[in-house]
Design a protein around this ligand. Sequence first.
Ligand SMILES: CC(C)(COP(=O)(O)OP(=O)(O)OC[C@H]1O[C@@H](n2cnc3c(N)ncnc32)[C@H](O)[C@@H]1OP(=O)(O)O)[C@@H](O)C(=O)NCCC(=O)NCCS
Length: 194
Amino acid sequence: MGLKPTRIEVDELVLRPLVAGDEAAVATAMADPDILRWTAGSAVLRVPADRRAVKWLESRIDGWSRNNAVFAVADAATDVLLGSVTLRDVNRVPDQAVVAYWVSPAARGRRLAARALDAAARWAFTSPGDGGLGLHRLSLDHALVNEGSCRVAIRAGFLLEGTMRDYYVEADGRRHDSHLHARLAPDPRPAERL
Ligand SMILES: CC(C)(COP(=O)(O)OP(=O)(O)OC[C@H]1O[C@@H](n2cnc3c(N)ncnc32)[C@H](O)[C@@H]1OP(=O)(O)O)[C@@H](O)C(=O)NCCC(=O)NCCS
């Protein structure tokens, strides 16, 4: 079945499907140690550094056909990619999806992840008749030591549900306790200006 590729505008940002032309911006992001550590994924880490952007993009440009809503978060004026928000495994568990995000180092400090995550969540909770996914629950996890990610989750309205012991495993085998956060469709929206 798959998902319909979608475009969402919020503030000075646009959430849009990834394109091959995002490769240079993704390559900059894939050189960041924190993105590699927390969110790039083992398939990307396994390839040489100069192939990581292509590897990251190849499964995500057409991720929509496999029920993954993979958004570039771009500057609406220039269309340059600044970050990414993904809602993966949409409806693998009925009415649910799992969220992930990153922001390129040069674009950090503007609460971009929280604002993009909130916009993607509101779209995901919107009924299909109105162009959304009609989901009920979105969840995410982050290693406890990744405090910035915890701030993003809370600010975007994803409540802390608990701690999963030794949940996240780094490429070198280090294990980290992780927070589980989730936002439900009926939860109150976070503050209007994030
Ligand atoms: C997490 C990430 C997406 C946040 O990017 P961003 O939207 O630009 O975030 P900001 O710099 O605006 O900071 C957001 C909040 O986190 C806080 N924060 C950022 N870095 C932090 C750190 N190292 N320790 C503690 N708090 C931190 C900020 O103070 C801010 O808090 P506030 O909203 O209460 O004011 C970005 O750092 C990133 O891409 N990290 C690597 C990938 C990653 O960890 N992804 C999540 C995987 S679970």
